[in-house]
Design a protein around this ligand. Sequence first.
Ligand SMILES: [Zn+2]
Length: 375
Amino acid sequence: MITEVSDTPFRSTDKISGKTGTENAEDITVLDCKGKTLLPGLIDLHTHITVLNQVGFDCLHSDMTLLTTAAEHASHYLDMGFTTIRDCGSMHRVANEVKHMVQIGLIDAPDLITCGKAIMPTEGNERHIMAQHVHFADTADEVRKAARKEIAEGADFVKIFASGAAAISTGVPEQSIMFPDEIETAVKTAERKGRYVAAHCHADNAVRNSILAGVKTIEHATLISDETLELASERKAYLIPTLAVMYVSDGPRKEYWESRLGPMLRHCTEKMTKAYEMGMYLGFGTDCAAGDFCYENGIEFRFRREKCGMKALDILLQCTRNNAVIAGIDNRVGSIRKGLAADLILVNGKPDQDISCMYHRPDLVIKRGKIVRSN
Ligand SMILES: [Zn+2]
């Protein structure tokens, strides 16, 4: 199905009015927020409503199950206060459909920014779960065709795999898997249609090639070198670190994942510390699933604070204002300002002084002026 790319329509009650006092008092709900802090609704610029947390694996045989499961899963991002999420590749492009369901008010879920399927060089066979989430494209012409197809199907941006994937056992994160002309073609095709490219990059060379080709958002940037950090800063490419996805929880393959992801996490936190100290404008992503351990325990917030030494206020800005600016939606969300969407969360504590109150669910989540979660 082809969906229109359009912003969620606004009614006047969806917005922050800027009025104080109690005019039309009968329409107003007054909340006692003593000791609590009101923040803009949070934004996660890197997640997937399928593939993570088994969503997708359970739905291989039914499109209807896939749609309802994906919609339900998307709604859970509200639990932790995320009122906007960017889906970086979904099974059968189902995120495009869920986005439409949110836009027409069919379900309470975050606003979605979607890319449909991601574009990846042939890295597996057709039966691999990833094959349902990607286009395999192996020349610049194939990349151009795939990008056009995704945009025609309703993509807001184009997602490419410039390096191998860590979460696929056959993927080699240290390898830069797309050729520069393929990345450039993705960028030019996207730009012609008013879109931009987000590139999955672990390998340093993949980051470098992507920045030089004009990619707007560098996802993960895990194995970035000091030289490439300088280049990113010079060219004003946006880095979207996703540290939480490298957290290894207890499980049957803990040792395997620790040996695979541990060194990547150490390298990445060292470089993101440096990027932060350089004053780079960092985004906020998780690559984690709503409801999983990392999401429910605010691991992305923790790692940025504890491993990268970022100040609490800066982390809050990363997952609100910075992400809105990066995604080009700061005229609608990301701040508390008159005329912006009334997407708000209420947290217990002072998160700008102690970020730990972001490690669990907020007290209240408001989307377009309506309370959608109350804990
Ligand atoms: Zn991802």
